[in-house]
Design a protein around this ligand. Structure first.
Ligand code: NCD
Length: 352
């Protein structure tokens, strides 16, 4: 693995090696304080972030490396109209790894084509968030001993929630996974995710009610309604506050079910759930830092490619997804991939 753009970039064996390393780090963090000594991470955050940005920063610091970057693109040359290609090519001169979060889907993939060093996708629009998935899988493995055979309920905004899309894709690497996809109909998973589930013969059912399915779940993964991704504000108004997990609803859950959430929470988990031993969302954020330490160690120690291979120059977008990076960066090559036999955009996965 040279970049981490999509969890699918990793084999199950690669994931298991990273998890084993994250466990070693958790058990004896003092042994790792120098493994990235002299290494530098560039964190480009074009979108708000608390956990992910801080967790990548502290992960690098705890490995003995350092970090530069921005959390607000208005303070960078992006505000002068610099292309993503130029920004990435530039910062990869200074850094050993580039971590980026953007509102555009497929942007990390685009950046990886021009970077001299590994690129990590820390969230690209409503598309993917593979390092949150590393945090999620680390939490589940640490607390339940493994992932195979689990029944997961994913609840909330499954249309725009990138953490959900990444988690579903990652689960294809495990055996006998069952999904209850709990959302209002208008916030159901995108078509490419449904096609992916079918292509990988994964058991799933789509429901609108949370309470009826709670007793069957081993993991309940709550997500917030992603206000900033709604094109139609009325659609947001119709759906906000639709699911609220309360102590009373938890009474019917298994005694060892995990309540997870990528955070930030808005109102989808009542505050009194925080003291229930099944609520692990704050621990999940800490596990995420250790998982990112294992990832950064792996990527930042890779040799640079001073002259990345030439990339075909495109002229106009072939993808119609208005949030796809190809809509604004017209020089990107027309990448196409197949998902379940359907031609899809090689950047954002939307059907062409
Ligand atoms: C998530 C994100 O940014 O996608 N948060 C995170 O990275 N921990 C979830 C969210 O914003 O709802």
């Amino acid at each position: 693995m040279r970049h981490l753009i999509d969890f699918g970039d990793m084999t199950r064996e690669e994931w298991e090696r990273l998890y084993a390393r994250a466990s070693e780090i958790m058990d004896a963090p003092e042994k790792f304080v120098d493994v990235c000594h002299g290494k530098v991470s560039c964190n480009l955050f074009y979108e708000p972030s608390t956990r992910t940005n801080f967790s990548f920063q502290t992960a690098m610091m705890r490995l003995g490396g350092s970090v530069f970057g921005f959390a607000d693109p208005s303070s960078s040359s992006v505000a002068k109209g610099e292309s993503l290609k130029d920004t990435v090519r530039m910062v990869s001169n200074y850094a050993d790894v580039v971590v980026m979060r953007t509102p555009w889907e497929g942007a990390a993939k685009a950046a990886s084509l021009y970077s001299c060093v590994p690129v990590v996708n820390a969230g690209d629009g409503g598309h993917m968030h593979p390092t949150q998935t590393m945090a999620d899988l680390t939490t589940i493995t640490r607390l339940r001993g493994g992932v195979d055979g689990l029944c997961l309920g994913l609840c909330g905004d499954l249309k725009n929630g990138r953490t959900v899309h990444s988690l579903i894709k990652a689960m294809a690497k495990f055996r006998d996974i069952k999904f209850f996809l709990i959302s209002p109909r208008e916030l159901a998973v995108p078509d490419y995710i449904r096609t992916f589930l079918r292509e990988h013969d994964m058991w799933f059912t789509e429901v609108t009610g949370l309470e009826a399915v709670i007793p069957q779940l081993d993991v309940l993964y709550m997500t917030r309604i992603q206000k900033e991704r709604f094109v139609d504000p009325l659609e947001y108004e119709r759906n906000k506050g639709i699911y609220v997990l309360t102590r009373r609803k938890l009474e019917r859950a298994k005694p060892d079910m995990l309540v997870m959430h990528p955070l930030p929470r808005v109102d989808e988990i009542a505050v009194d759930v925080d003291d229930d031993p099944r609520a692990v969302y704050f621990d999940q954020a800490r596990y995420g830092m250790f998982a990112r330490m294992a990832l950064l160690e792996h990527l930042a120690l890779q040799p640079r490619e001073d002259h990345p291979a030439p990339v075909e120059i495109g002229t106009k977008p072939v993808c119609r997804n208005p949030r796809c990076i190809t809509q604004t960066e017209h020089y990107l090559p027309p990448l196409v991939k197949k998902i379940g036999g359907v031609d899809c955009c090689g950047f954002c996965d939307a059907a062409l």
